[in-house]
Design a protein around this ligand. Structure first.
Ligand code: PXG
Length: 467
Protein backbone atom coordinates (compact mmCIF):
# COMPACT_ATOMS: atom_id res chain seq x y z
CA UNK A 1 0.00 0.00 0.00
CA UNK A 2 1.36 3.46 -0.85
CA UNK A 3 1.56 5.96 1.96
CA UNK A 4 -0.19 9.29 1.59
CA UNK A 5 2.03 12.33 1.06
CA UNK A 6 0.98 13.56 4.47
CA UNK A 7 1.87 10.30 6.23
CA UNK A 8 5.21 9.99 4.47
CA UNK A 9 6.31 13.53 5.31
CA UNK A 10 5.01 13.24 8.84
CA UNK A 11 7.10 10.15 9.50
CA UNK A 12 10.27 11.78 8.14
CA UNK A 13 9.48 15.05 9.91
CA UNK A 14 9.08 13.28 13.24
CA UNK A 15 12.38 11.43 12.81
CA UNK A 16 14.58 14.30 11.65
CA UNK A 17 13.10 17.76 11.95
CA UNK A 18 13.25 19.88 15.11
CA UNK A 19 10.63 22.63 14.74
CA UNK A 20 10.87 26.18 16.15
CA UNK A 21 8.95 26.93 19.37
CA UNK A 22 7.75 23.34 19.56
CA UNK A 23 7.53 20.52 22.09
CA UNK A 24 9.43 18.08 19.85
CA UNK A 25 8.09 14.95 21.49
CA UNK A 26 4.46 16.07 21.58
CA UNK A 27 4.58 17.09 17.92
CA UNK A 28 6.12 13.76 16.99
CA UNK A 29 3.18 12.03 18.64
CA UNK A 30 0.48 14.33 17.24
CA UNK A 31 1.90 14.82 13.75
CA UNK A 32 1.53 17.96 11.70
CA UNK A 33 -0.16 19.38 8.67
CA UNK A 34 1.96 19.32 5.52
CA UNK A 35 1.60 22.57 3.57
CA UNK A 36 2.34 22.13 -0.09
CA UNK A 37 1.10 25.17 -2.02
CA UNK A 38 -0.39 28.62 -1.71
CA UNK A 39 -2.06 31.29 -3.81
CA UNK A 40 -3.37 34.72 -2.89
CA UNK A 41 -4.48 34.57 0.76
CA UNK A 42 -4.94 30.79 0.77
CA UNK A 43 -2.59 27.95 1.64
CA UNK A 44 -3.15 24.33 0.69
CA UNK A 45 -2.20 21.14 2.55
CA UNK A 46 -1.16 17.73 1.28
CA UNK A 47 -4.70 16.43 1.73
CA UNK A 48 -6.06 19.11 -0.59
CA UNK A 49 -7.60 21.38 2.07
CA UNK A 50 -7.70 25.08 1.18
CA UNK A 51 -7.14 27.29 4.21
CA UNK A 52 -7.50 31.07 4.50
CA UNK A 53 -4.18 32.25 5.92
CA UNK A 54 -5.22 34.78 8.54
CA UNK A 55 -1.58 35.08 9.68
CA UNK A 56 0.15 35.91 6.37
CA UNK A 57 2.54 33.00 6.93
CA UNK A 58 4.04 34.33 10.14
CA UNK A 59 3.12 38.04 9.97
CA UNK A 60 5.08 38.39 6.75
CA UNK A 61 3.46 37.42 3.43
CA UNK A 62 2.06 40.90 3.00
CA UNK A 63 1.60 40.78 -0.79
CA UNK A 64 0.05 37.32 -0.59
CA UNK A 65 1.21 34.10 -2.22
CA UNK A 66 1.94 33.42 -5.86
CA UNK A 67 3.29 36.83 -6.90
CA UNK A 68 5.15 36.01 -10.11
CA UNK A 69 6.93 39.39 -10.08
CA UNK A 70 8.71 38.41 -6.87
CA UNK A 71 9.64 35.02 -8.27
CA UNK A 72 11.01 36.69 -11.40
CA UNK A 73 13.00 39.20 -9.36
CA UNK A 74 14.65 36.33 -7.45
CA UNK A 75 15.27 34.28 -10.59
CA UNK A 76 16.79 37.14 -12.54
CA UNK A 77 19.07 38.12 -9.68
CA UNK A 78 20.15 34.53 -9.06
CA UNK A 79 21.12 34.29 -12.73
CA UNK A 80 22.85 37.66 -12.76
CA UNK A 81 24.73 37.46 -9.45
CA UNK A 82 23.55 34.89 -6.90
CA UNK A 83 25.89 36.02 -4.16
CA UNK A 84 28.49 38.54 -3.41
CA UNK A 85 29.42 40.04 -0.08
CA UNK A 86 29.51 43.71 0.86
CA UNK A 87 32.33 43.46 3.42
CA UNK A 88 35.52 44.40 1.62
CA UNK A 89 34.99 47.54 -0.47
CA UNK A 90 32.38 45.94 -2.73
CA UNK A 91 28.68 46.49 -3.21
CA UNK A 92 26.05 45.42 -5.73
CA UNK A 93 23.02 47.03 -7.36
CA UNK A 94 20.21 45.25 -5.43
CA UNK A 95 21.65 46.19 -2.02
CA UNK A 96 22.21 49.79 -3.07
CA UNK A 97 18.80 50.21 -4.64
CA UNK A 98 17.06 48.59 -1.71
CA UNK A 99 18.91 50.81 0.76
CA UNK A 100 17.93 53.91 -1.19
CA UNK A 101 14.29 52.86 -1.50
CA UNK A 102 13.97 51.88 2.15
CA UNK A 103 15.42 55.17 3.32
CA UNK A 104 13.09 57.10 1.01
CA UNK A 105 10.08 55.29 2.51
CA UNK A 106 11.31 55.65 6.11
CA UNK A 107 10.77 58.78 8.22
CA UNK A 108 12.84 61.73 6.90
CA UNK A 109 15.50 61.54 9.63
CA UNK A 110 16.39 57.91 8.77
CA UNK A 111 18.84 57.77 5.91
CA UNK A 112 20.99 54.70 6.55
CA UNK A 113 20.31 50.96 6.73
CA UNK A 114 22.41 47.97 7.86
CA UNK A 115 21.20 44.68 6.34
CA UNK A 116 20.74 41.40 8.19
CA UNK A 117 19.16 38.04 7.44
CA UNK A 118 16.32 38.24 9.95
CA UNK A 119 14.56 40.29 12.60
CA UNK A 120 16.57 38.65 15.38
CA UNK A 121 19.83 39.58 13.68
CA UNK A 122 18.46 43.09 13.23
CA UNK A 123 17.97 43.36 16.98
CA UNK A 124 21.44 41.96 17.71
CA UNK A 125 22.81 44.59 15.34
CA UNK A 126 20.74 47.33 16.94
CA UNK A 127 22.00 46.43 20.43
CA UNK A 128 25.62 46.62 19.36
CA UNK A 129 25.01 49.91 17.55
CA UNK A 130 23.26 51.50 20.52
CA UNK A 131 26.00 50.63 22.99
CA UNK A 132 28.70 51.59 20.50
CA UNK A 133 26.97 54.92 19.92
CA UNK A 134 27.06 55.83 23.61
CA UNK A 135 30.65 54.66 23.96
CA UNK A 136 31.62 56.93 21.06
CA UNK A 137 29.75 59.76 22.76
CA UNK A 138 32.03 59.29 25.76
CA UNK A 139 29.30 57.71 27.86
CA UNK A 140 30.22 54.00 27.94
CA UNK A 141 28.26 53.58 31.17
CA UNK A 142 25.05 54.12 29.20
CA UNK A 143 24.43 50.38 28.74
CA UNK A 144 20.96 49.56 30.02
CA UNK A 145 18.17 48.81 27.59
CA UNK A 146 14.60 48.95 28.86
CA UNK A 147 12.19 46.59 27.08
CA UNK A 148 8.70 45.50 28.00
CA UNK A 149 7.34 42.35 29.60
CA UNK A 150 5.86 40.08 26.95
CA UNK A 151 7.58 42.03 24.18
CA UNK A 152 9.12 39.94 21.38
CA UNK A 153 12.35 40.87 19.65
CA UNK A 154 13.60 37.55 18.34
CA UNK A 155 15.15 34.30 19.35
CA UNK A 156 18.91 34.80 19.20
CA UNK A 157 20.55 35.37 22.58
CA UNK A 158 20.26 39.15 22.26
CA UNK A 159 16.79 38.93 20.74
CA UNK A 160 15.41 36.80 23.53
CA UNK A 161 17.12 38.94 26.15
CA UNK A 162 15.57 42.11 24.72
CA UNK A 163 12.18 40.41 24.58
CA UNK A 164 10.22 40.13 27.77
CA UNK A 165 9.07 36.54 27.51
CA UNK A 166 9.96 34.89 30.79
CA UNK A 167 9.74 31.28 29.51
CA UNK A 168 12.39 32.12 26.89
CA UNK A 169 14.69 33.67 29.52
CA UNK A 170 14.49 30.45 31.49
CA UNK A 171 16.01 28.39 28.67
CA UNK A 172 19.61 28.61 27.54
CA UNK A 173 20.49 31.65 29.62
CA UNK A 174 21.98 33.62 31.16
CA UNK A 175 20.56 36.50 29.18
CA UNK A 176 22.64 39.38 27.86
CA UNK A 177 23.38 41.61 30.86
CA UNK A 178 22.07 45.16 31.08
CA UNK A 179 18.57 44.53 29.81
CA UNK A 180 15.48 44.99 31.96
CA UNK A 181 11.72 45.06 31.39
CA UNK A 182 8.74 47.11 32.51
CA UNK A 183 5.02 46.46 32.33
CA UNK A 184 3.32 46.21 28.95
CA UNK A 185 0.37 48.41 27.92
CA UNK A 186 -2.01 45.44 27.84
CA UNK A 187 -5.24 46.99 29.08
CA UNK A 188 -7.54 43.96 28.73
CA UNK A 189 -5.13 41.64 30.53
CA UNK A 190 -3.62 43.91 33.15
CA UNK A 191 -5.42 47.23 33.39
CA UNK A 192 -9.16 46.84 33.51
CA UNK A 193 -9.40 48.30 36.98
CA UNK A 194 -8.51 51.66 35.35
CA UNK A 195 -9.69 53.59 32.31
CA UNK A 196 -7.72 52.74 29.19
CA UNK A 197 -6.08 56.13 29.13
CA UNK A 198 -5.12 56.13 32.81
CA UNK A 199 -3.64 52.70 32.33
CA UNK A 200 -1.69 53.83 29.25
CA UNK A 201 -0.21 56.69 31.25
CA UNK A 202 0.61 54.38 34.16
CA UNK A 203 2.57 52.13 31.79
CA UNK A 204 4.50 55.13 30.47
CA UNK A 205 5.21 56.15 34.07
CA UNK A 206 6.67 52.68 34.63
CA UNK A 207 9.28 53.50 31.99
CA UNK A 208 10.12 56.77 33.73
CA UNK A 209 10.32 55.03 37.12
CA UNK A 210 12.74 52.48 35.67
CA UNK A 211 14.90 55.24 34.15
CA UNK A 212 15.07 56.97 37.52
CA UNK A 213 15.82 53.71 39.33
CA UNK A 214 18.70 52.85 36.98
CA UNK A 215 19.86 56.45 36.60
CA UNK A 216 19.49 58.32 33.32
CA UNK A 217 23.27 58.27 32.90
CA UNK A 218 23.19 54.47 32.71
CA UNK A 219 20.21 54.02 30.33
CA UNK A 220 21.00 53.66 26.62
CA UNK A 221 17.64 52.98 25.01
CA UNK A 222 14.04 51.93 25.31
CA UNK A 223 12.92 49.23 22.86
CA UNK A 224 9.29 48.54 21.98
CA UNK A 225 7.05 47.26 19.24
CA UNK A 226 4.56 49.99 18.24
CA UNK A 227 1.89 47.28 18.59
CA UNK A 228 3.07 44.06 20.25
CA UNK A 229 2.64 41.21 17.80
CA UNK A 230 3.73 37.84 19.17
CA UNK A 231 2.65 38.94 22.65
CA UNK A 232 -0.96 38.89 21.44
CA UNK A 233 -1.65 41.83 19.09
CA UNK A 234 -1.58 44.24 22.00
CA UNK A 235 -2.72 47.66 20.80
CA UNK A 236 -1.74 50.19 23.46
CA UNK A 237 -4.27 52.71 24.80
CA UNK A 238 -4.28 55.98 22.85
CA UNK A 239 -2.62 57.73 25.78
CA UNK A 240 0.40 55.40 25.87
CA UNK A 241 2.70 56.53 23.07
CA UNK A 242 2.24 60.28 23.62
CA UNK A 243 3.06 59.73 27.31
CA UNK A 244 6.11 57.57 26.48
CA UNK A 245 7.31 60.23 24.04
CA UNK A 246 6.94 62.87 26.73
CA UNK A 247 9.00 60.73 29.15
CA UNK A 248 11.75 60.13 26.60
CA UNK A 249 11.88 63.82 25.70
CA UNK A 250 12.97 64.54 29.29
CA UNK A 251 15.97 62.23 29.17
CA UNK A 252 18.83 61.62 26.78
CA UNK A 253 17.82 58.08 25.85
CA UNK A 254 17.38 56.48 22.42
CA UNK A 255 14.09 55.02 21.23
CA UNK A 256 14.16 51.78 19.25
CA UNK A 257 10.88 50.95 17.50
CA UNK A 258 10.92 47.28 16.54
CA UNK A 259 9.06 47.38 13.22
CA UNK A 260 9.53 43.72 12.31
CA UNK A 261 5.75 43.20 12.35
CA UNK A 262 4.35 46.75 12.25
CA UNK A 263 6.56 47.86 9.35
CA UNK A 264 5.52 47.82 5.70
CA UNK A 265 1.86 48.66 5.96
CA UNK A 266 0.50 46.45 8.72
CA UNK A 267 -0.95 49.41 10.64
CA UNK A 268 -1.90 51.42 7.54
CA UNK A 269 1.32 53.45 7.30
CA UNK A 270 4.71 52.41 5.99
CA UNK A 271 5.86 52.05 9.61
CA UNK A 272 4.01 51.71 12.90
CA UNK A 273 6.19 54.58 14.13
CA UNK A 274 4.53 56.84 11.56
CA UNK A 275 1.07 55.83 12.73
CA UNK A 276 2.00 56.77 16.31
CA UNK A 277 4.32 59.70 15.44
CA UNK A 278 7.26 58.08 17.27
CA UNK A 279 10.36 59.42 15.48
CA UNK A 280 12.56 56.58 16.75
CA UNK A 281 16.36 56.57 16.58
CA UNK A 282 16.54 53.03 15.20
CA UNK A 283 14.06 50.67 13.55
CA UNK A 284 14.79 46.94 13.20
CA UNK A 285 12.82 45.55 10.23
CA UNK A 286 12.32 42.15 8.53
CA UNK A 287 9.33 39.98 7.55
CA UNK A 288 7.13 42.22 5.34
CA UNK A 289 10.26 43.80 3.84
CA UNK A 290 10.30 40.92 1.33
CA UNK A 291 6.76 39.68 1.97
CA UNK A 292 8.58 36.65 3.38
CA UNK A 293 9.53 35.35 -0.08
CA UNK A 294 13.20 35.34 0.90
CA UNK A 295 14.78 36.03 4.31
CA UNK A 296 16.04 39.57 4.84
CA UNK A 297 16.05 42.11 7.65
CA UNK A 298 17.85 45.28 8.59
CA UNK A 299 18.20 48.19 10.96
CA UNK A 300 17.18 51.63 9.80
CA UNK A 301 19.39 54.12 11.58
CA UNK A 302 18.43 57.72 12.31
CA UNK A 303 20.82 60.54 11.47
CA UNK A 304 21.84 61.19 15.06
CA UNK A 305 23.21 57.68 15.60
CA UNK A 306 24.39 57.13 12.02
CA UNK A 307 26.48 60.31 11.96
CA UNK A 308 28.32 59.35 15.14
CA UNK A 309 28.94 55.78 13.95
CA UNK A 310 30.20 57.09 10.60
CA UNK A 311 32.21 60.12 11.71
CA UNK A 312 33.71 58.87 14.93
CA UNK A 313 33.40 55.09 14.85
CA UNK A 314 36.15 53.71 12.67
CA UNK A 315 35.53 50.09 11.71
CA UNK A 316 32.34 48.54 13.13
CA UNK A 317 33.23 44.90 13.71
CA UNK A 318 29.86 43.45 12.84
CA UNK A 319 28.10 41.87 9.86
CA UNK A 320 26.65 38.69 8.41
CA UNK A 321 27.61 36.65 5.37
CA UNK A 322 24.16 37.35 4.02
CA UNK A 323 23.96 41.06 4.90
CA UNK A 324 22.30 42.54 1.82
CA UNK A 325 22.18 39.18 -0.01
CA UNK A 326 21.62 40.07 -3.68
CA UNK A 327 18.64 37.79 -4.36
CA UNK A 328 16.93 38.67 -1.07
CA UNK A 329 17.55 42.36 -1.68
CA UNK A 330 16.20 42.11 -5.23
CA UNK A 331 13.01 40.48 -3.97
CA UNK A 332 12.63 43.06 -1.20
CA UNK A 333 13.14 45.87 -3.69
CA UNK A 334 10.52 44.45 -6.03
CA UNK A 335 8.19 43.93 -3.09
CA UNK A 336 8.46 47.59 -2.05
CA UNK A 337 8.02 48.77 -5.63
CA UNK A 338 4.89 46.65 -6.03
CA UNK A 339 3.53 47.95 -2.75
CA UNK A 340 4.06 51.52 -3.92
CA UNK A 341 2.65 50.93 -7.40
CA UNK A 342 -0.44 49.19 -6.05
CA UNK A 343 -1.05 51.62 -3.18
CA UNK A 344 -1.09 48.72 -0.72
CA UNK A 345 -0.39 50.82 2.37
CA UNK A 346 -3.07 53.41 1.55
CA UNK A 347 -5.52 50.58 0.88
CA UNK A 348 -4.92 49.21 4.38
CA UNK A 349 -5.33 52.68 5.91
CA UNK A 350 -8.39 53.81 3.96
CA UNK A 351 -10.22 50.69 2.86
CA UNK A 352 -9.55 47.18 4.17
CA UNK A 353 -8.25 48.32 7.58
CA UNK A 354 -11.43 50.23 8.46
CA UNK A 355 -13.51 47.43 6.90
CA UNK A 356 -11.77 44.80 9.04
CA UNK A 357 -12.31 47.01 12.11
CA UNK A 358 -16.04 47.08 11.41
CA UNK A 359 -16.44 43.37 10.73
CA UNK A 360 -14.00 42.23 13.46
CA UNK A 361 -15.87 44.28 16.09
CA UNK A 362 -18.95 42.14 15.42
CA UNK A 363 -17.12 39.18 16.94
CA UNK A 364 -17.29 40.95 20.32
CA UNK A 365 -20.93 39.81 20.39
CA UNK A 366 -19.88 36.16 20.54
CA UNK A 367 -20.36 34.55 23.98
CA UNK A 368 -16.68 33.57 24.19
CA UNK A 369 -15.25 36.97 23.27
CA UNK A 370 -14.30 39.41 26.01
CA UNK A 371 -12.78 41.95 23.61
CA UNK A 372 -12.32 42.21 19.84
CA UNK A 373 -9.66 44.75 18.85
CA UNK A 374 -7.94 45.66 15.61
CA UNK A 375 -5.76 48.30 14.01
CA UNK A 376 -4.94 48.27 10.31
CA UNK A 377 -4.70 44.58 9.48
CA UNK A 378 -3.79 43.24 12.89
CA UNK A 379 -6.52 41.93 15.15
CA UNK A 380 -7.14 39.96 18.32
CA UNK A 381 -9.96 38.29 20.23
CA UNK A 382 -9.84 37.70 23.97
CA UNK A 383 -11.41 34.34 24.76
CA UNK A 384 -13.07 34.40 28.17
CA UNK A 385 -15.28 32.20 30.33
CA UNK A 386 -17.16 35.21 31.69
CA UNK A 387 -17.85 38.17 29.45
CA UNK A 388 -18.70 40.51 32.32
CA UNK A 389 -15.66 39.88 34.51
CA UNK A 390 -13.22 38.82 31.77
CA UNK A 391 -12.39 35.68 33.76
CA UNK A 392 -10.45 33.08 31.74
CA UNK A 393 -11.10 29.39 31.28
CA UNK A 394 -9.09 27.00 33.38
CA UNK A 395 -5.60 26.75 31.87
CA UNK A 396 -5.94 22.98 31.53
CA UNK A 397 -8.64 23.49 28.88
CA UNK A 398 -6.18 25.35 26.57
CA UNK A 399 -9.12 27.25 25.09
CA UNK A 400 -6.90 29.24 22.72
CA UNK A 401 -5.11 26.21 21.29
CA UNK A 402 -8.44 24.41 20.99
CA UNK A 403 -9.85 27.31 18.99
CA UNK A 404 -6.72 27.43 16.81
CA UNK A 405 -6.98 23.73 16.01
CA UNK A 406 -10.67 24.08 15.19
CA UNK A 407 -9.90 27.03 12.93
CA UNK A 408 -7.41 24.91 11.02
CA UNK A 409 -10.00 22.12 10.64
CA UNK A 410 -12.58 24.57 9.34
CA UNK A 411 -10.29 26.37 6.91
CA UNK A 412 -8.75 29.34 8.72
CA UNK A 413 -5.32 30.03 10.17
CA UNK A 414 -5.69 32.04 13.34
CA UNK A 415 -2.81 32.05 15.84
CA UNK A 416 -3.38 31.56 19.55
CA UNK A 417 -1.30 33.34 22.17
CA UNK A 418 -2.57 31.75 25.36
CA UNK A 419 -6.29 32.55 25.15
CA UNK A 420 -5.84 35.44 22.74
CA UNK A 421 -6.70 34.66 19.11
CA UNK A 422 -4.67 36.73 16.68
CA UNK A 423 -4.93 37.58 12.99
CA UNK A 424 -2.53 39.39 10.69
CA UNK A 425 -3.71 38.54 7.16
CA UNK A 426 -1.94 39.42 3.90
CA UNK A 427 -2.38 43.13 3.16
CA UNK A 428 -3.88 42.26 -0.22
CA UNK A 429 -6.89 40.59 1.39
CA UNK A 430 -10.19 41.71 -0.18
CA UNK A 431 -13.42 42.74 1.54
CA UNK A 432 -15.02 39.44 0.46
CA UNK A 433 -12.12 37.50 1.96
CA UNK A 434 -12.48 39.51 5.18
CA UNK A 435 -16.16 38.51 5.24
CA UNK A 436 -15.09 34.89 4.87
CA UNK A 437 -12.46 35.28 7.59
CA UNK A 438 -15.02 36.68 10.04
CA UNK A 439 -17.55 33.98 9.14
CA UNK A 440 -14.98 31.23 9.68
CA UNK A 441 -13.82 32.82 12.95
CA UNK A 442 -17.41 32.98 14.25
CA UNK A 443 -18.03 29.33 13.30
CA UNK A 444 -14.78 28.28 14.99
CA UNK A 445 -15.75 30.16 18.15
CA UNK A 446 -19.12 28.38 18.14
CA UNK A 447 -17.44 25.00 17.87
CA UNK A 448 -14.88 25.96 20.54
CA UNK A 449 -17.74 26.88 22.89
CA UNK A 450 -19.46 23.55 22.25
CA UNK A 451 -16.32 21.55 22.94
CA UNK A 452 -15.48 23.55 26.06
CA UNK A 453 -18.99 22.90 27.43
CA UNK A 454 -18.63 19.21 26.52
CA UNK A 455 -15.46 19.20 28.63
CA UNK A 456 -17.38 20.57 31.58
CA UNK A 457 -16.60 24.28 31.29
CA UNK A 458 -19.19 26.89 32.18
CA UNK A 459 -19.61 29.92 29.96
CA UNK A 460 -21.11 33.06 31.48
CA UNK A 461 -22.41 35.29 28.72
CA UNK A 462 -25.29 37.59 28.14
CA UNK A 463 -25.55 36.40 24.54
CA UNK A 464 -27.24 33.16 23.63
CA UNK A 465 -25.07 30.09 23.37
CA UNK A 466 -24.70 28.38 20.00
CA UNK A 467 -27.04 25.42 19.54
N1 PXG B 1 10.96 41.50 16.35
C1 PXG B 1 9.63 41.30 16.29
C2 PXG B 1 8.70 42.39 16.70
C3 PXG B 1 9.13 40.09 15.81
O1 PXG B 1 7.81 39.89 15.77
C4 PXG B 1 11.41 39.34 15.52
C5 PXG B 1 11.83 40.57 15.98
C6 PXG B 1 12.42 38.34 15.11
O2 PXG B 1 12.41 38.14 13.74
P1 PXG B 1 12.98 36.77 13.10
O3 PXG B 1 13.00 37.06 11.63
O4 PXG B 1 14.33 36.56 13.64
O5 PXG B 1 12.05 35.67 13.49
C7 PXG B 1 10.03 39.08 15.42
C8 PXG B 1 9.56 37.74 14.93
C9 PXG B 1 4.75 34.28 16.58
C10 PXG B 1 6.08 34.58 16.01
O6 PXG B 1 4.53 33.11 16.91
C11 PXG B 1 6.51 35.88 15.85
C12 PXG B 1 7.79 36.12 15.33
C13 PXG B 1 8.59 35.05 14.97
C14 PXG B 1 8.14 33.76 15.13
C15 PXG B 1 6.89 33.52 15.66
O7 PXG B 1 3.90 35.16 16.71
N2 PXG B 1 8.23 37.41 15.24
Amino acid sequence: MTQSVSARFNALDRDHHLHPFTDFKALGEEGCRVITAAQGVYIEDADGHRILDGMAGLWCVNLGYGRQELVDAATEQLQQLPFYNTFFKTTHPPAVELAETLCRLAPAHMNRVFFTGSGSEANDTMLRMVRRYWALKGKPEKQWIIGRENGYHGSTVAGMSLGGMAPMHDQGGPCVPGITHVRQPYWFGEGRDMSRDDFGRACAEAIEAKILELGEERVAAVIAEPVQGAGGAIIPPESYWPAVKAVLAKYDILLVADEVICGFGRLGEWFGSVHYGLEPDLMPVAKGLSSGYLPIGGVLVGDRVAETLIEDGGEFYHGFTYSGHPACAAVALKNLRLMEAEGVVERVRDDVGPYLAERWAELARHPLVGEARSLGLIGALEIVADKASGERFDKSLSAGNLCRDICFETGLVMRSVGDIMVISPPLVITREEIDELVRLAWAALDETARRLVAQGATIHATEEMPA
